[in-house]
Design a protein around this ligand. Structure first.
Ligand code: CU
Length: 126
């Protein structure tokens, strides 16, 4: 019996190691726009964990209407690194705004919240 107990303890330790190895990512996942290239849509939520959900939007060259929705209470904004792509200034809790962005070429276009350092996201255009 003693031997069996030791064995089951050793097996329980394995999943704990796997969990700690997979917790390095800071992103919150990705979504792919829907609709024709000239009228793509996607939704990005802002939450009190100071992250965009999802943090990556996958799009095609064309026009994307982003619904930016602050679903909780902490105010946020969304500003593209490239100012020509646009921004949404102070968005209070429970508010949503539309941001229409034209992506003329493929690339990775980063955006960030100017209120919360480290709150970042990106639109990956292919
Ligand atoms: Cu923020």
């Amino acid at each position: 019996m003693k031997h069996l107990r030791l064995t089951s303890r050793a097996l329980l330790a394995v999943p704990l190691v796997l969990v700690s190895c997979s917790s390095g990512s800071t992103g919150t996942g990705s979504v792919t726009t829907v609709g024709p290239a000239a009228a793509q849509t996607a939704t990005v939520e802002m939450r009190n964990d100071l992250k965009y959900h999802p943090s990556t939007v996958k799009a095609r060259v064309g026009k994307v209407t982003l619904t930016v929705s602050n679903t909780e209470s902490v105010p946020h904004d969304l500003v593209f690194d490239d100012p020509s792509l646009g921004k949404i200034t102070n968005l209070d809790g429970k508010e949503s705004k539309l941001l229409v962005v034209t992506f003329a070429q493929a690339g990775t276009f980063r955006f960030a919240c100017t209120i919360h350092p480290g709150m970042t996201g990106e639109v990956v255009v292919r």
